[in-house]
Write a protein that binds this ligand. Sequence first.
Ligand code: C2G
Length: 134
Amino acid sequence: MKKVITYGTFDLIHYGHINLLKHAKQLGDYLIVACSTDEFNLNAKDKKAYFSYEQRKSLLESVRYVDLVIPENSWEQKINDIHEFKIDVFVIGDDWAGQFDYLRNEGCEVIYLPRTPEISTTQIKSDLNRNKKK
Ligand code: C2G
């Protein structure tokens, strides 16, 4: 069984995220998503998600491409995850291109998939804010 892993916040989950998860699943048979915890978002990514970790986790678990959701608590956990879950493929959007090539040293394929260009959680929030002011 070919196992794939990806990492992210997945806040206000949208079709850009779904595209990534769909293509990630096509790279193997089993997809694990490491979802950033609220603490990790705050302390390491300077992000405050709209939905809590538990809410984002349950949304991800309802996506047909996702087989398991685990917490992402640190930047450093990827190497351990690859060995613990016997991961064959690490995949992430190409906004991260080159950042995780070192994972190839762990015997894992590293693939950067094209982002869906026109949508982002930030864009959704600013559009909603603008519409509110009208
Ligand atoms: N994504 C995408 N297209 C978009 C928006 C996001 O393909 N329009 C992808 C991102 O490239 C990423 C995943 O969806 O692979 C999750 O996006 P974010 O929640 O923004 O994740 P990020 O903050 O980049 O966290 O350790 C890695 C980090 O946790 C990644």
